[in-house]
Unconditional design. Structure first.
Length: 381
């Protein structure tokens, strides 16, 4: 493992610009140059995506649609077309595969690409990044922002610095210096609560954390402090994980104290289902078999599984399955639980042909899931 970590890596983070809204503007020339809000129009609807023209008025994804329309009353609202977005996402992946097989999708509109082994064929990482941007512009009539760095964390930060339609490269030799002025809200895992805790210690930028030192940070924040210290210096050893290698996606938790309250175990399973669903969407995979595992205090381990007619990555469907599978445990056999787990398997990269009556339901679930994912990324949890 150490050899892999110490081997110089070059990672690209490719992030489409205002993806859903840009696809709508591309496909409908009448929308070009206008503020566009993708989402529903009913009283509880939220914004799935806002074009850059709408963002100038303060509109943003995950905002209630009513609030966005107050900020920009002349905005055009468009219902989301997830089939169209998925088709563009598949075309994006085909472009990425011309330069590397090591691709880790994060969502429909962004991915990591490890080009470390591709330089002999294509030259520099910057040349590859520019080639990908040019291909997306020419073939898809869309723009993207590309970040280049020695790891995933740095590449993602770089892609966000000069959006839209930009390429930013962070060199390993000057990494800490370039990261130093950035606010801590840009750091993975630092949501509003963590940011407030760090600010209370006088830490507001990456440079502040760099200067604080690992001893002070771990004494005050434990393992999180160590992680923040490493990220502030641009240290991130995680590999780019290609979805082709995934056979299952799962979460398990061993409780520090056995739990005999069935409702509490269910709450843990539902949280695990949420995480598994999000990871499936990040990898652009769908699961047809869902399994829960329960290990009781006497170490007896039982599993219950459910096969679905149609593969899914929807949080709502995974949560429903977790509840159903837990109900299969008889009350009389229930006892204190030591461990619970939720796993999605029999994975596929395609949904196949959906029944017509399923499409409206799945479009609604996809909208909700997209909002969940945006909120998760924004809050760092």
């Amino acid at each position: 493992m150490k050899n892999r970590v110490n081997t110089p890596r070059l990672i690209l983070h490719i992030d489409m610009d205002a993806f859903f809204a840009s696809v709508e503007q591309r496909d409908n020339p009448a929308l070009r140059g206008k503020p566009v809000l993708v989402g529903g129009r009913d009283g509880r609807a939220v914004v799935c995506a806002a074009s850059y023209e709408a963002r100038k008025f303060g509109c943003a994804a995950a905002m209630p649609m009513m609030n966005a329309l107050r900020l920009c009353p002349h905005a055009v609202t468009v219902s989301p077309r997830f089939a169209a977005y998925s088709a563009v996402s598949a075309a994006m992946r085909e472009i990425f595969e011309r330069y590397s097989p090591q691709i880790e999708p994060l969502s429909l509109d962004e991915a990591f690409v490890d080009v470390s082994a591709s330089l002999a064929l294509f030259g520099t990482a910057r040349a590859i990044g520019e080639a990908i941007r040019a291909a997306i512009a020419h073939e898809l009539q869309l723009t993207c922002s590309v970040g280049i760095g020695p790891n995933k964390f740095v590449a993602k930060i770089a892609s966000d610095l000069e959006k839209p339609n930009a390429l930013v490269e962070f060199d390993a030799a000057t990494l800490a210096e370039r990261l130093a002025p950035l606010p801590l809200r840009r750091m993975w895992g630092v949501g509003p609560v963590a940011e407030a805790s760090l600010r209370a210690e006088g830490l507001e930028t990456f440079g502040d954390v760099q200067r604080a030192g690992i001893t002070q940070l771990t004494r005050r924040f434990g393992d999180a402090g160590r992680t923040w210290f490493e990220l502030a210096h641009g240290i991130d050893d995680r590999e780019v994980e290609s979805s082709r290698e995934s056979k299952s996606v799962g979460e398990e938790e061993t409780f520090p104290v056995d739990i005999d309250d069935r409702a509490k175990v269910e709450a843990h399973l539902l949280s695990q289902a949420d995480t598994v669903a999000r990871r499936l969407r990040e990898k652009q995979l769908f699961a047809q078999v869902l399994t829960i595992k329960i290990r009781f205090s006497d170490f007896a381990t039982h599993t219950h599984a459910k096969s679905l007619l149609t593969p899914t990555d929807h949080t709502h469907e995974l949560r429903d399955a977790a509840r159903q599978l837990l109900r299969e445990f008889e009350v009389k056999e229930w006892r204190a639980v030591r461990l619970c787990g939720f796993t999605a398997s029999r994975l596929t990269a395609s949904l196949g042909q959906l029944p017509l009556f399923d499409e409206p339901k799945r479009a609604k679930l996809a909208t909700l899931d997209d909002l969940r994912d945006q909120i998760h990324r924004r809050l760092g949890r």
